[in-house]
Design a protein around this ligand. Sequence first.
Ligand code: NDP
Length: 451
Amino acid sequence: MIDEKLQPVLDQVLQRNPGEPEFHQAVREVLESLGRVIAKRPDYLNHALIERICEPERQIIFRVPWVDDQGQVQINRGFRVQFNSALGPYKGGLRFHPSVNVGIIKFLGFEQTFKNALTGMPIGGGKGGSDFNPRGRSDGEVMRFCQSFMTELYRHIGEYTDVPAGDIGVGAREIGYMFGQYKRLTNRYEAGVLTGKALFYGGSRARTEATGYGNAYFLQAMLATKGQSFDGRKVVVSGSGNVAVYSVEKVQSFGGKVIAVSDSSGYVVDEGGVDLELLKEIKEVRRGRVSDYVQLVGAGGRAHFVEAGTGSIWDVPCDVAMPSATQNELTGKDARTLVTNGVLAVGEGANMPSTPEAIRIFQEAGVMFAPGKAANAGGVATSALEMQQNASRDSWSFEQTEGRLSKIMHTIHDTCASTAEEYGAPGDYVLGANIAGFVRVAEAMRALGVI
Ligand code: NDP
Protein backbone atom coordinates (compact mmCIF):
# COMPACT_ATOMS: atom_id res chain seq x y z
CA MET A 1 0.00 0.00 0.00
CA ILE A 2 1.25 3.45 -0.90
CA ASP A 3 0.72 6.36 1.47
CA GLU A 4 -1.81 8.79 -0.02
CA LYS A 5 0.76 11.60 0.07
CA LEU A 6 3.08 9.55 -2.12
CA GLN A 7 0.43 8.34 -4.59
CA PRO A 8 0.80 11.49 -6.78
CA VAL A 9 4.54 10.77 -7.06
CA LEU A 10 3.84 7.29 -8.38
CA ASP A 11 1.07 8.58 -10.68
CA GLN A 12 3.54 11.01 -12.20
CA VAL A 13 6.16 8.29 -12.70
CA LEU A 14 3.60 6.05 -14.44
CA GLN A 15 2.39 8.88 -16.64
CA ARG A 16 5.84 10.15 -17.66
CA ASN A 17 7.42 6.74 -18.25
CA PRO A 18 4.86 4.73 -20.23
CA GLY A 19 5.69 1.15 -21.26
CA GLU A 20 8.36 0.67 -18.58
CA PRO A 21 6.83 -1.95 -16.22
CA GLU A 22 10.11 -2.90 -14.50
CA PHE A 23 10.83 0.74 -13.67
CA HIS A 24 7.28 1.19 -12.34
CA GLN A 25 7.70 -1.95 -10.19
CA ALA A 26 10.99 -0.76 -8.68
CA VAL A 27 9.64 2.73 -7.89
CA ARG A 28 6.40 1.38 -6.43
CA GLU A 29 8.31 -0.91 -4.06
CA VAL A 30 10.43 1.94 -2.70
CA LEU A 31 7.47 4.34 -2.38
CA GLU A 32 5.52 1.66 -0.49
CA SER A 33 8.31 1.64 2.10
CA LEU A 34 8.48 5.43 2.43
CA GLY A 35 5.08 5.96 4.06
CA ARG A 36 6.62 5.24 7.46
CA VAL A 37 9.44 7.71 6.78
CA ILE A 38 7.26 10.67 5.86
CA ALA A 39 5.03 9.97 8.87
CA LYS A 40 8.11 10.69 11.04
CA ARG A 41 9.76 13.20 8.74
CA PRO A 42 7.14 15.09 6.68
CA ASP A 43 9.87 17.54 5.65
CA TYR A 44 11.05 14.95 3.10
CA LEU A 45 7.92 15.89 1.12
CA ASN A 46 9.33 19.40 0.57
CA HIS A 47 11.20 20.66 -2.49
CA ALA A 48 9.91 17.76 -4.65
CA LEU A 49 12.74 15.70 -3.16
CA ILE A 50 11.07 12.32 -3.69
CA GLU A 51 9.96 13.32 -7.22
CA ARG A 52 13.58 14.26 -8.00
CA ILE A 53 14.85 10.91 -6.68
CA CYS A 54 12.52 9.16 -9.15
CA GLU A 55 13.75 11.18 -12.14
CA PRO A 56 17.14 10.24 -13.64
CA GLU A 57 19.60 13.13 -13.82
CA ARG A 58 20.53 12.20 -17.38
CA GLN A 59 19.64 9.49 -19.94
CA ILE A 60 21.84 8.81 -22.93
CA ILE A 61 20.68 6.60 -25.83
CA PHE A 62 22.95 6.02 -28.81
CA ARG A 63 23.49 4.01 -31.98
CA VAL A 64 26.16 1.30 -31.91
CA PRO A 65 27.15 0.22 -35.44
CA TRP A 66 29.64 -2.64 -35.87
CA VAL A 67 30.73 -5.14 -38.51
CA ASP A 68 30.17 -8.88 -37.98
CA ASP A 69 32.44 -11.71 -39.17
CA GLN A 70 30.52 -11.93 -42.45
CA GLY A 71 31.25 -8.27 -43.20
CA GLN A 72 27.62 -7.24 -42.52
CA VAL A 73 26.91 -4.03 -40.63
CA GLN A 74 24.93 -4.61 -37.45
CA ILE A 75 23.17 -1.92 -35.43
CA ASN A 76 22.50 -2.09 -31.72
CA ARG A 77 21.25 0.48 -29.25
CA GLY A 78 23.39 1.68 -26.35
CA PHE A 79 22.15 3.18 -23.07
CA ARG A 80 23.57 4.94 -20.03
CA VAL A 81 21.19 6.24 -17.40
CA GLN A 82 22.97 8.51 -14.91
CA PHE A 83 20.42 8.31 -12.16
CA ASN A 84 21.71 10.10 -9.10
CA SER A 85 25.07 11.65 -8.21
CA ALA A 86 24.30 13.13 -4.80
CA LEU A 87 26.69 10.73 -3.04
CA GLY A 88 29.44 10.44 -5.65
CA PRO A 89 30.14 9.68 -9.31
CA TYR A 90 27.46 7.58 -11.00
CA LYS A 91 28.32 3.93 -10.49
CA GLY A 92 26.67 0.81 -11.86
CA GLY A 93 27.13 -1.95 -14.40
CA LEU A 94 26.62 -2.39 -18.13
CA ARG A 95 24.29 -5.16 -19.29
CA PHE A 96 24.52 -6.74 -22.76
CA HIS A 97 21.39 -8.80 -23.36
CA PRO A 98 18.74 -8.79 -26.13
CA SER A 99 16.03 -7.87 -23.59
CA VAL A 100 17.69 -4.55 -22.67
CA ASN A 101 15.59 -1.42 -23.15
CA VAL A 102 15.45 1.98 -21.48
CA GLY A 103 12.87 0.87 -18.88
CA ILE A 104 15.06 -2.01 -17.71
CA ILE A 105 18.11 0.24 -17.48
CA LYS A 106 16.08 2.81 -15.52
CA PHE A 107 14.85 0.23 -13.01
CA LEU A 108 18.42 -0.98 -12.54
CA GLY A 109 19.76 2.58 -12.15
CA PHE A 110 17.05 3.45 -9.62
CA GLU A 111 17.79 0.32 -7.54
CA GLN A 112 21.51 1.00 -7.84
CA THR A 113 21.14 4.44 -6.28
CA PHE A 114 19.77 2.99 -3.01
CA LYS A 115 22.09 -0.03 -3.09
CA ASN A 116 25.15 2.17 -3.44
CA ALA A 117 23.91 4.36 -0.59
CA LEU A 118 23.56 1.25 1.60
CA THR A 119 27.23 0.38 1.11
CA GLY A 120 28.13 3.60 2.95
CA MET A 121 30.60 4.43 0.19
CA PRO A 122 30.84 7.67 -1.84
CA ILE A 123 29.14 6.45 -5.03
CA GLY A 124 26.05 7.63 -6.90
CA GLY A 125 23.80 5.40 -9.01
CA GLY A 126 23.77 4.63 -12.73
CA LYS A 127 23.33 1.76 -15.14
CA GLY A 128 23.78 1.11 -18.84
CA GLY A 129 24.09 -1.48 -21.52
CA SER A 130 22.88 -2.57 -24.90
CA ASP A 131 20.46 -4.95 -26.61
CA PHE A 132 23.55 -6.65 -28.11
CA ASN A 133 23.54 -10.43 -27.59
CA PRO A 134 27.10 -11.74 -27.02
CA ARG A 135 25.93 -15.38 -27.14
CA GLY A 136 27.34 -17.14 -30.19
CA ARG A 137 29.44 -14.15 -31.23
CA SER A 138 33.15 -14.60 -31.90
CA ASP A 139 35.81 -12.85 -29.83
CA GLY A 140 36.47 -10.49 -32.75
CA GLU A 141 32.79 -9.56 -32.97
CA VAL A 142 32.55 -8.92 -29.23
CA MET A 143 35.68 -6.73 -29.42
CA ARG A 144 34.39 -4.67 -32.35
CA PHE A 145 31.04 -4.22 -30.61
CA CYS A 146 32.71 -3.11 -27.35
CA GLN A 147 34.95 -0.66 -29.21
CA SER A 148 32.01 0.89 -31.05
CA PHE A 149 29.98 1.08 -27.81
CA MET A 150 32.84 2.88 -26.04
CA THR A 151 33.40 5.23 -28.98
CA GLU A 152 30.20 6.99 -27.91
CA LEU A 153 30.17 6.21 -24.18
CA TYR A 154 33.67 7.57 -23.48
CA ARG A 155 32.52 11.20 -23.63
CA HIS A 156 30.02 10.66 -20.82
CA ILE A 157 32.15 8.76 -18.29
CA GLY A 158 35.30 9.31 -16.21
CA GLU A 159 36.85 8.57 -12.84
CA TYR A 160 35.05 11.57 -11.28
CA THR A 161 31.93 11.45 -13.46
CA ASP A 162 30.60 7.97 -14.05
CA VAL A 163 32.29 4.61 -13.49
CA PRO A 164 30.64 1.64 -15.25
CA ALA A 165 31.28 -2.04 -14.45
CA GLY A 166 29.96 -5.45 -15.60
CA ASP A 167 26.52 -7.03 -15.35
CA ILE A 168 24.71 -9.70 -17.39
CA GLY A 169 26.77 -10.45 -20.52
CA VAL A 170 29.63 -8.16 -19.46
CA GLY A 171 32.59 -9.79 -17.74
CA ALA A 172 36.36 -9.29 -17.67
CA ARG A 173 36.70 -9.82 -21.44
CA GLU A 174 34.23 -7.07 -22.35
CA ILE A 175 35.57 -4.68 -19.67
CA GLY A 176 39.07 -5.20 -21.13
CA TYR A 177 37.98 -4.33 -24.67
CA MET A 178 36.07 -1.27 -23.44
CA PHE A 179 38.95 -0.06 -21.27
CA GLY A 180 41.35 -0.50 -24.20
CA GLN A 181 39.17 1.68 -26.43
CA TYR A 182 38.70 4.31 -23.68
CA LYS A 183 42.47 4.52 -23.21
CA ARG A 184 43.03 4.82 -26.94
CA LEU A 185 40.39 7.56 -27.39
CA THR A 186 41.45 9.67 -24.42
CA ASN A 187 45.18 8.92 -24.43
CA ARG A 188 44.95 8.56 -20.65
CA TYR A 189 45.57 5.55 -18.45
CA GLU A 190 42.62 6.34 -16.23
CA ALA A 191 42.29 3.00 -14.44
CA GLY A 192 39.43 4.21 -12.21
CA VAL A 193 37.05 4.80 -15.14
CA LEU A 194 35.82 1.19 -15.20
CA THR A 195 35.73 -1.51 -12.54
CA GLY A 196 35.75 -5.28 -12.93
CA LYS A 197 39.11 -5.04 -14.70
CA ALA A 198 41.44 -8.04 -14.81
CA LEU A 199 44.07 -8.19 -12.10
CA PHE A 200 47.09 -7.44 -14.24
CA TYR A 201 45.91 -3.96 -15.30
CA GLY A 202 44.26 -2.43 -12.26
CA GLY A 203 41.56 -4.85 -11.21
CA SER A 204 40.86 -5.70 -7.59
CA ARG A 205 41.26 -9.09 -6.04
CA ALA A 206 37.90 -10.52 -4.94
CA ARG A 207 35.87 -8.33 -7.34
CA THR A 208 34.93 -11.33 -9.50
CA GLU A 209 33.76 -13.22 -6.43
CA ALA A 210 32.26 -10.25 -4.59
CA THR A 211 28.55 -10.29 -5.52
CA GLY A 212 28.08 -14.03 -4.94
CA TYR A 213 30.26 -14.08 -1.82
CA GLY A 214 28.48 -10.98 -0.54
CA ASN A 215 25.05 -12.57 -0.86
CA ALA A 216 26.29 -15.60 1.09
CA TYR A 217 27.69 -13.30 3.81
CA PHE A 218 24.39 -11.42 4.01
CA LEU A 219 22.43 -14.67 4.31
CA GLN A 220 24.87 -15.94 6.92
CA ALA A 221 24.17 -12.85 9.04
CA MET A 222 20.41 -13.11 8.48
CA LEU A 223 20.29 -16.83 9.33
CA ALA A 224 22.32 -16.16 12.49
CA THR A 225 19.58 -13.84 13.80
CA LYS A 226 17.42 -16.99 14.10
CA GLY A 227 20.24 -19.19 15.40
CA GLN A 228 20.60 -20.85 11.97
CA SER A 229 23.48 -21.33 9.54
CA PHE A 230 24.26 -22.76 6.09
CA ASP A 231 25.78 -25.86 7.62
CA GLY A 232 24.15 -28.98 6.15
CA ARG A 233 21.45 -26.90 4.41
CA LYS A 234 20.19 -27.61 0.90
CA VAL A 235 20.57 -24.57 -1.33
CA VAL A 236 19.25 -23.78 -4.81
CA VAL A 237 20.98 -21.06 -6.86
CA SER A 238 19.42 -19.93 -10.15
CA GLY A 239 21.66 -18.79 -13.00
CA SER A 240 25.19 -19.99 -13.65
CA GLY A 241 26.94 -16.73 -14.42
CA ASN A 242 29.25 -14.61 -12.31
CA VAL A 243 26.91 -14.11 -9.36
CA ALA A 244 25.65 -17.70 -9.26
CA VAL A 245 29.04 -19.41 -9.53
CA TYR A 246 30.59 -17.46 -6.65
CA SER A 247 27.45 -17.85 -4.53
CA VAL A 248 27.89 -21.60 -4.93
CA GLU A 249 31.56 -21.32 -3.96
CA LYS A 250 30.95 -19.40 -0.73
CA VAL A 251 27.88 -21.41 0.29
CA GLN A 252 29.90 -24.60 -0.08
CA SER A 253 32.68 -23.15 2.07
CA PHE A 254 30.05 -22.39 4.73
CA GLY A 255 29.01 -26.08 4.70
CA GLY A 256 25.87 -25.69 2.57
CA LYS A 257 25.02 -28.12 -0.22
CA VAL A 258 24.04 -26.51 -3.53
CA ILE A 259 21.84 -28.99 -5.38
CA ALA A 260 20.62 -27.03 -8.43
CA VAL A 261 21.78 -24.30 -10.83
CA SER A 262 20.34 -23.03 -14.13
CA ASP A 263 20.65 -20.90 -17.25
CA SER A 264 18.08 -19.73 -19.77
CA SER A 265 17.93 -23.23 -21.33
CA GLY A 266 16.84 -24.97 -18.10
CA TYR A 267 18.15 -26.27 -14.80
CA VAL A 268 20.33 -29.06 -13.53
CA VAL A 269 19.78 -30.97 -10.28
CA ASP A 270 22.64 -32.79 -8.57
CA GLU A 271 21.49 -34.09 -5.19
CA GLY A 272 25.08 -35.08 -4.43
CA GLY A 273 26.07 -31.40 -4.49
CA VAL A 274 27.07 -29.35 -7.54
CA ASP A 275 30.66 -29.96 -8.69
CA LEU A 276 31.90 -26.36 -8.67
CA GLU A 277 35.09 -26.91 -10.64
CA LEU A 278 33.12 -28.58 -13.41
CA LEU A 279 30.53 -25.81 -13.43
CA LYS A 280 33.30 -23.20 -13.69
CA GLU A 281 34.93 -25.07 -16.55
CA ILE A 282 31.64 -25.30 -18.46
CA LYS A 283 30.74 -21.66 -17.92
CA GLU A 284 34.04 -19.81 -17.79
CA VAL A 285 36.27 -21.89 -20.08
CA ARG A 286 33.97 -23.66 -22.56
CA ARG A 287 31.27 -20.94 -22.45
CA GLY A 288 28.82 -23.86 -22.58
CA ARG A 289 25.32 -24.60 -21.20
CA VAL A 290 24.31 -26.09 -17.85
CA SER A 291 22.88 -29.09 -19.71
CA ASP A 292 26.51 -30.07 -20.53
CA TYR A 293 26.95 -30.72 -16.80
CA VAL A 294 24.85 -33.90 -16.89
CA GLN A 295 27.12 -35.68 -19.40
CA LEU A 296 30.37 -34.30 -18.02
CA VAL A 297 29.70 -35.14 -14.36
CA GLY A 298 29.12 -38.78 -15.35
CA ALA A 299 28.86 -41.04 -12.30
CA GLY A 300 25.88 -43.11 -13.46
CA GLY A 301 23.21 -40.48 -13.91
CA ARG A 302 23.94 -38.60 -10.70
CA ALA A 303 22.52 -35.37 -12.17
CA HIS A 304 19.54 -34.59 -14.37
CA PHE A 305 18.51 -31.67 -16.58
CA VAL A 306 15.06 -30.08 -16.84
CA GLU A 307 14.46 -27.98 -19.94
CA ALA A 308 13.17 -24.39 -19.58
CA GLY A 309 9.41 -24.22 -19.95
CA THR A 310 8.84 -27.73 -18.60
CA GLY A 311 9.47 -26.89 -14.94
CA SER A 312 10.90 -24.30 -12.59
CA ILE A 313 14.14 -24.54 -10.63
CA TRP A 314 12.10 -23.41 -7.60
CA ASP A 315 10.25 -26.77 -7.69
CA VAL A 316 13.44 -28.31 -6.24
CA PRO A 317 12.91 -28.51 -2.43
CA CYS A 318 15.53 -26.51 -0.53
CA ASP A 319 16.22 -24.66 2.73
CA VAL A 320 17.77 -21.58 1.13
CA ALA A 321 16.95 -20.05 -2.28
CA MET A 322 19.35 -17.68 -4.03
CA PRO A 323 17.79 -16.29 -7.24
CA SER A 324 20.84 -15.06 -9.19
CA ALA A 325 19.82 -14.86 -12.86
CA THR A 326 17.50 -11.99 -13.77
CA GLN A 327 14.49 -9.81 -12.87
CA ASN A 328 11.10 -11.38 -12.10
CA GLU A 329 12.42 -14.95 -12.47
CA LEU A 330 10.77 -16.07 -9.20
CA THR A 331 6.98 -15.77 -9.41
CA GLY A 332 4.17 -16.00 -6.87
CA LYS A 333 3.64 -19.63 -7.90
CA ASP A 334 7.33 -20.38 -7.32
CA ALA A 335 7.18 -18.68 -3.91
CA ARG A 336 4.18 -20.81 -2.88
CA THR A 337 6.05 -23.96 -3.91
CA LEU A 338 9.15 -22.91 -1.96
CA VAL A 339 7.07 -22.13 1.14
CA THR A 340 5.24 -25.47 0.88
CA ASN A 341 8.63 -27.18 0.66
CA GLY A 342 9.75 -25.43 3.86
CA VAL A 343 12.22 -22.80 2.59
CA LEU A 344 13.86 -20.92 5.47
CA ALA A 345 15.51 -17.98 3.74
CA VAL A 346 15.77 -16.26 0.35
CA GLY A 347 18.72 -14.05 -0.65
CA GLU A 348 18.45 -12.17 -3.94
CA GLY A 349 21.72 -12.31 -5.89
CA ALA A 350 20.07 -10.84 -8.98
CA ASN A 351 18.36 -7.45 -9.19
CA MET A 352 14.61 -7.68 -8.44
CA PRO A 353 14.38 -11.42 -9.23
CA SER A 354 11.26 -11.93 -7.09
CA THR A 355 7.93 -10.54 -8.25
CA PRO A 356 6.01 -8.35 -5.74
CA GLU A 357 3.57 -11.25 -5.22
CA ALA A 358 6.45 -13.62 -4.43
CA ILE A 359 7.88 -11.20 -1.85
CA ARG A 360 4.47 -10.85 -0.21
CA ILE A 361 4.11 -14.65 0.01
CA PHE A 362 7.55 -15.04 1.61
CA GLN A 363 6.93 -12.30 4.13
CA GLU A 364 3.46 -13.56 5.08
CA ALA A 365 4.91 -17.05 5.58
CA GLY A 366 7.67 -15.72 7.85
CA VAL A 367 10.46 -16.67 5.42
CA MET A 368 13.59 -14.55 5.96
CA PHE A 369 13.87 -12.45 2.80
CA ALA A 370 16.93 -10.43 1.73
CA PRO A 371 16.21 -8.00 -1.15
CA GLY A 372 18.76 -7.65 -3.94
CA LYS A 373 19.58 -4.02 -3.28
CA ALA A 374 21.06 -5.11 0.06
CA ALA A 375 22.08 -8.74 -0.50
CA ASN A 376 23.89 -8.22 -3.81
CA ALA A 377 25.59 -4.93 -2.86
CA GLY A 378 28.92 -6.71 -2.34
CA GLY A 379 29.75 -6.39 -6.03
CA VAL A 380 29.47 -2.64 -6.19
CA ALA A 381 31.09 -2.25 -2.76
CA THR A 382 34.13 -4.12 -4.01
CA SER A 383 34.07 -2.01 -7.17
CA ALA A 384 34.37 1.01 -4.87
CA LEU A 385 37.36 -0.73 -3.24
CA GLU A 386 38.82 -1.18 -6.74
CA MET A 387 38.40 2.60 -7.28
CA GLN A 388 40.22 3.22 -3.97
CA GLN A 389 43.11 1.00 -5.04
CA ASN A 390 43.29 2.70 -8.45
CA ALA A 391 43.27 6.17 -6.86
CA SER A 392 46.11 5.27 -4.51
CA ARG A 393 47.93 3.18 -7.16
CA ASP A 394 47.84 0.28 -4.75
CA SER A 395 46.83 -3.37 -4.91
CA TRP A 396 45.51 -5.21 -1.90
CA SER A 397 45.70 -8.91 -1.07
CA PHE A 398 42.70 -11.20 -1.53
CA GLU A 399 42.36 -11.64 2.22
CA GLN A 400 42.40 -7.91 2.90
CA THR A 401 39.81 -7.20 0.20
CA GLU A 402 37.55 -10.08 1.17
CA GLY A 403 37.84 -9.02 4.80
CA ARG A 404 36.53 -5.56 3.86
CA LEU A 405 33.73 -7.15 1.82
CA SER A 406 32.63 -9.39 4.67
CA LYS A 407 32.57 -6.44 7.07
CA ILE A 408 30.60 -4.29 4.63
CA MET A 409 27.99 -7.04 4.10
CA HIS A 410 27.52 -7.58 7.81
CA THR A 411 27.18 -3.82 8.30
CA ILE A 412 24.58 -3.59 5.50
CA HIS A 413 22.70 -6.46 7.13
CA ASP A 414 22.73 -4.77 10.51
CA THR A 415 21.70 -1.42 9.03
CA CYS A 416 18.69 -2.99 7.27
CA ALA A 417 17.69 -4.92 10.39
CA SER A 418 18.00 -1.96 12.77
CA THR A 419 16.23 0.42 10.36
CA ALA A 420 13.31 -2.02 10.00
CA GLU A 421 13.09 -2.20 13.77
CA GLU A 422 13.29 1.57 14.18
CA TYR A 423 10.39 1.99 11.74
CA GLY A 424 8.21 -0.60 13.48
CA ALA A 425 8.66 -3.56 11.14
CA PRO A 426 11.26 -5.89 12.69
CA GLY A 427 12.55 -8.53 10.26
CA ASP A 428 11.33 -6.65 7.17
CA TYR A 429 14.59 -6.29 5.24
CA VAL A 430 12.81 -4.81 2.21
CA LEU A 431 11.57 -1.91 4.29
CA GLY A 432 14.90 -1.59 6.13
CA ALA A 433 16.93 -1.49 2.90
CA ASN A 434 14.62 0.95 1.14
CA ILE A 435 14.46 3.35 4.08
CA ALA A 436 18.16 3.26 5.01
CA GLY A 437 19.16 3.77 1.34
CA PHE A 438 16.61 6.53 0.85
CA VAL A 439 17.57 8.51 3.95
CA ARG A 440 21.25 8.65 2.99
CA VAL A 441 20.49 9.82 -0.57
CA ALA A 442 17.80 12.24 0.60
CA GLU A 443 20.06 13.88 3.20
CA ALA A 444 22.79 14.42 0.60
CA MET A 445 20.29 15.84 -1.90
CA ARG A 446 18.93 18.28 0.68
CA ALA A 447 22.43 19.46 1.50
CA LEU A 448 23.17 20.10 -2.19
CA GLY A 449 20.07 22.23 -2.80
CA VAL A 450 17.61 22.00 -5.67
CA ILE A 451 19.75 20.72 -8.55
P1 NDP B 1 26.00 -13.30 -16.11
O1 NDP B 1 25.80 -12.83 -17.49
O2 NDP B 1 27.36 -13.69 -15.66
O3 NDP B 1 25.03 -14.55 -15.82
C1 NDP B 1 23.64 -14.43 -15.95
C2 NDP B 1 23.04 -15.79 -15.69
O4 NDP B 1 21.63 -15.66 -15.62
C3 NDP B 1 23.31 -16.78 -16.83
O5 NDP B 1 23.33 -18.08 -16.33
C4 NDP B 1 22.10 -16.57 -17.73
O6 NDP B 1 21.77 -17.67 -18.56
C5 NDP B 1 21.01 -16.34 -16.70
N1 NDP B 1 19.97 -15.48 -17.30
C6 NDP B 1 20.12 -14.21 -17.74
N2 NDP B 1 18.98 -13.75 -18.25
C7 NDP B 1 18.11 -14.76 -18.14
C8 NDP B 1 16.76 -14.91 -18.50
N3 NDP B 1 16.07 -13.91 -19.10
N4 NDP B 1 16.16 -16.09 -18.22
C9 NDP B 1 16.84 -17.10 -17.61
N5 NDP B 1 18.13 -17.02 -17.27
C10 NDP B 1 18.75 -15.87 -17.53
O7 NDP B 1 25.39 -12.15 -15.18
P2 NDP B 1 25.64 -11.88 -13.62
O8 NDP B 1 25.82 -13.16 -12.93
O9 NDP B 1 26.66 -10.82 -13.53
O10 NDP B 1 24.26 -11.20 -13.20
C11 NDP B 1 23.15 -11.97 -12.70
C12 NDP B 1 22.20 -11.05 -11.95
O11 NDP B 1 22.92 -10.45 -10.84
C13 NDP B 1 21.63 -9.88 -12.75
O12 NDP B 1 20.33 -9.59 -12.26
C14 NDP B 1 22.56 -8.73 -12.38
O13 NDP B 1 21.94 -7.47 -12.55
C15 NDP B 1 22.80 -9.03 -10.90
N6 NDP B 1 23.97 -8.41 -10.31
C16 NDP B 1 25.23 -8.64 -10.82
C17 NDP B 1 26.33 -8.08 -10.22
C18 NDP B 1 27.71 -8.40 -10.66
O14 NDP B 1 28.65 -8.01 -9.95
N7 NDP B 1 27.92 -9.10 -11.76
C19 NDP B 1 26.20 -7.15 -9.08
C20 NDP B 1 24.85 -7.05 -8.56
C21 NDP B 1 23.79 -7.64 -9.19
P3 NDP B 1 22.14 -17.62 -20.14
O15 NDP B 1 23.64 -17.70 -20.18
O16 NDP B 1 21.44 -18.81 -20.69
O17 NDP B 1 21.61 -16.32 -20.65
